[in-house]
Design a protein around this ligand. Structure first.
Ligand SMILES: NC(=O)c1ccc[n+]([C@@H]2O[C@H](COP(=O)([O-])OP(=O)(O)OC[C@H]3O[C@@H](n4cnc5c(N)ncnc54)[C@H](O)[C@@H]3O)[C@@H](O)[C@H]2O)c1
Length: 315
């Protein structure tokens, strides 16, 4: 595990990161996620450019201070649908020293494809935020504030580039969770991909129950089915792109449903009432130590000169 500091150490004065100018950020795909990131960075004074195949998305981003161009440098962020990840950079000019990252909801296939093209210059990422809306009209510069942002540290990842991408996430108010692509996909299958399937099943079963059931549906139904409004193509690409972990996570849910109901309800309630104590940590800039924070359920909140700071829950 990472070097541990006393709680409160995260707020202590520390050496500033040597003042290299923050690299510009170039966002490809200016819809909900990419447009929100570009808008948040531009509002914070960062140099931001971007591109989208859709003219309306380009115009909306330009109105928020994003320079529209097909020549991309600095940190290039792929914020396109999963199905377009491996082709979206075709026809665009990418600076030879650019760092490439993405916001895709599934990591194994994206990392495999883009590492093959860019090697250790590619850093897979996934901010755990977003709504059931999509497109540039869903842009919200505050979208990332307080969100966890998974960032892949594969064996070949160039750590200085990983830190530069982490700084982008921190700059828009997110907390960075170091992960491997495989760990990420297994985890989000349980907390994102299966919930999408369960929401669809719940909604379809309620509709089968008839118009009276839908007329009486209230808070618990609304909360359990919120994400059924998401673009079906987006959800399909996500669950099919992570099919094996999602099927395994779904099997675990089915096993829970086979328990006696009082036992199941008590087990779920116990999770809801857990209040873990968080411990501040200082973590050296080293892959194993960073990944240990993610595996412990913690996150990175601040970059300093020779380490990062964050927190982990007490076991
Ligand atoms: N929606 C969510 O809740 C959410 C959350 C986290 C991550 N993500 C991921 O973020 C990515 C973007 O999702 P989104 O919700 O912002 O989608 P979106 O539909 O809102 O935006 C995608 C944008 O990409 C553009 N685009 C499509 N193909 C392109 C191409 N070849 N080149 C340039 N632009 C192209 C579209 O015109 C659109 O503006 C996806 O990979 C998704 O998995 C989504």
């Amino acid at each position: 595990m990472a070097d541990a500091a006393e709680p409160g150490a995260a707020a202590s004065p520390a050496f500033p990161v040597p003042t290299m100018p923050a690299p510009p950020v170039a966002v490809v795909g200016l819809g909900q996620l990419g447009g929100s990131l570009a808008a948040a960075l531009a509002a914070g004074g960062r140099e931001v450019s971007g591109w989208d195949v859709d003219t309306a998305a380009r115009d909306a981003a330009a109105a928020r201070g994003v320079t529209i161009t097909q020549e991309l440098a600095g940190i290039v962020v792929l914020a396109v649908p999963l199905t377009a990840m491996s082709t979206a950079l075709e026809g665009l000019t990418i600076a030879s020293d650019a760092t490439i990252t993405d916001l895709g909801s599934v990591k194994r296939p994206v990392v495999a494809s883009l590492e093959a093209a860019f090697g250790g210059r590619f850093i897979g990422g996934h901010p755990m935020c977003g709504t059931e809306r999509s497109g540039h009209t869903a842009v919200d510069p505050a979208l990332f504030s307080g969100a966890r942002w998974a960032l892949c540290l594969e064996p070949g990842t160039e750590l200085p580039r990983w830190l530069r991408v982490a700084e982008v996430a921190l700059a828009v108010g997110a907390e960075v969770v170091p992960v491997t692509a495989a760990e990420h996909d297994d985890a989000v299958a349980a907390v994102s991909h299966v919930p999408h399937l369960l929401a669809a099943a719940l909604a379809a079963a309620a509709a089968d129950a008839g118009p009276l059931a839908l007329a009486l549906a209230a808070g618990s139904f609304r909360d359990g089915t919120r994400v059924i409004g998401s673009d079906p193509d987006f959800v399909t690409a996500m669950v099919e792109g992570n099919a094996v972990p999602t099927a395994e996570a779904l099997a675990r849910v089915q096993a829970q449903l086979d328990l006696p109901w009082p036992e199941l309800i008590a087990a779920g309630h116990a999770v809801a009432t857990r209040q873990p104590v968080l411990r501040a940590v200082r973590v050296p800039l080293e892959r194993a130590a960073l990944l240990a924070v993610g595996r412990a359920g913690g996150a990175i909140t601040r970059r300093l000169s020779a380490f990062v700071e964050g927190w982990v829950p007490e076991p």
